[in-house]
Ligand binder design. Structure first.
Ligand code: ACO
Length: 428
């Protein structure tokens, strides 16, 4: 006998089954509630609603635990590589050496994009934000691979789309940057590893050989691992909900990129640096900005602080903070914005307002600092996040399709006008 809860409503008792996950998390399964009682549940922003059962990523916000397929983020960040983690997320197990070699080779051999992509890029103004360009270029992949439109193709065919996607995203991302800089695009080089190839396409110029700094490539690889998945966050939920209508993988992820772009989600990494720059330009008065963040009549929030799920600390932030220190030391960079970040962190962590609400620096508080040190321009920060999150979006989409999940379609409590007669123009 499984666990059950009871709902007492208008003199009747309704039994609600309790679903228990592998980490002993319990959820009320209310899927039949409306049929039996006429009631729906209301949970704006899905603050307390599980949208699915998933075997990909586990996180416990109270204890600061994050695991991909059971492996701790700390261990993966230290010992693994981004492509190995991508394989783990998408196929469920760590690859053997042979599997990883094949996966890596397949990806490196598909990194080129169709030449016609260049003419699409030419149509964008140079000021176009690279996230908007990336989202539309990902959607445009459906034009070059029309068969990918069918999400019910064979496992092998879906896998081909997945490999192509991981291979081409860095190329599209780097080209969207080159377009913004009005520099010639750089073609991928198959002999380079995933992150080095990306750096080559970003910073390379046809007039000179690109030197890839291994410290930079390693730090970037670690950042990509830390961003690779985060269970049912805003963009992953978007990917799943778009894919639930049987939209293609490219179309679903294009929507996920748009969701990630917002400053309350992945766009926070860009917003953090812009905020720190603003504080610096305004004389570095950290207390003033902390007061603004606490003032409910002021829309300002401390970007990079707070998280829907983590209320103690964000384990990714702890790893990134250390990585940021290492990179800055290794590259000999002294960044005045970093001093402001450290001051802000200290003031906020000691402040009652932030303590009571469980507001701690999140992954984006430090990722912007490290991207800056790696020479990545501010409006490319969220693009970096998107490259890292791609295996997560793919695995969420794949799981949803393999479990044949129904179309995502929430209900609502209607609060508008009740039925009324049409009013002619002369009487308005
Ligand atoms: N600065 C000041 N106050 C904050 C902040 C902040 N950064 N974040 C939350 N609060 C306050 C809210 O005003 C609210 O206060 P109240 O209880 O007095 O009304 C309380 O803390 C709870 O905040 P909510 O907005 O209800 O929390 P929610 O879970 O909906 O939002 C979010 C989480 C969006 C991350 C929020 O903390 C935020 O806006 N942070 C800044 C943006 C950011 O860094 N986003 C990146 C998140 S990580 C990621 O997506 C990869």
């Amino acid at each position: 006998m499984g666990k059950k809860a009871e709902l007492h409503y208008e003199g009747k008792v309704f039994e609600i089954p309790v679903v228990t996950g592998s980490e002993n998390e319990n959820a009320l399964d209310i899927s039949k509630l409306r049929g039996e009682s006429g009631l729906i549940t209301l949970d704006r922003g899905f603050k307390n609603t599980g949208s699915t059962q998933s075997a990909i990523t586990f996180l416990n916000g109270e204890e600061g635990i994050l695991r991909y397929r059971g492996y701790s983020i700390e261990e993966l960040a230290e010992k693994s590589s981004f492509l190995e983690v991508s394989f783990l997320l998408i196929y469920g197990e760590l690859p053997t050496q042979q599997e990883l070699d094949k996966f890596t080779k397949d990806i490196s051999e598909h990194s080129l994009v169709h030449e016609d992509v260049k003419s699409i890029l030419d149509g964008y103004p140079s000021k176009a934000h690279p996230m908007g360009v990336l989202s539309s270029l990902v959607s445009a992949l459906t034009a070059f691979y029309p068969k990918s439109l069918d999400p019910n193709r064979s496992k092998e065919q879906i896998n081909g789309t997945i490999i192509r996607f991981i291979a081409k995203l860095p190329t599209l991302a780097a080209w969207s940057f080159k377009n913004r800089m009005r520099q010639p695009i750089m073609y991928p080089k198959n002999k380079l590893n995933y992150t080095s190839n990306f750096l080559h396409m970003m910073f390379g110029l046809p007039t000179q050989d690109t030197e890839i700094n291994p410290v930079v490539a390693k730090a970037l690889d670690k950042l990509l691992i830390l961003h690779a998945d985060h269970e049912q966050n805003c963009s992953a939920s978007t990917v799943r909900i778009v894919g639930s209508s049987h939209a293609s993988l490219y179309a679903s992820v294009s929507a996920g990129i748009a969701a990630l772009w917002g400053p309350l989600h992945g766009g926070a990494n860009q917003a953090v640096i812009e905020m720190l720059e603003e504080i610096k330009a305004d004389g570095g008065d950290v207390d003033k900005y902390v007061a603004k963040a606490k003032d409910k009549s002021d829309p300002f929030r401390l970007m990079g602080f707070g998280h829907r799920v983590y209320k103690n600390f964000d384990p990714r932030a702890t790893i990134i903070k250390k990585a940021a220190d290492d990179v800055l030391r290794e590259l000999g960079i002294e960044d005045p914005v970093l001093d402001i970040a450290m001051k802000l962190e200290k003031v906020a962590l000691e402040d009652e307002y932030f303590k009571v609400r469980g507001l701690y620096p999140n992954v984006d508080f430090y990722s912007g600092i490290i991207y800056r040190a790696l020479g990545i321009p501010t409006d490319m920060f969220t693009v970096m996040f998107a490259i890292g999150r791609l295996p997560g979006w793919i695995s969420q989409w794949k799981e949803m399709r393999e479990n044949n999940e129904p179309i995502g379609r929430p209900r609502q409590v209607y609060t508008g006008a009740t039925e009324r007669a049409y009013v002619g123009m002369e009487n308005r």
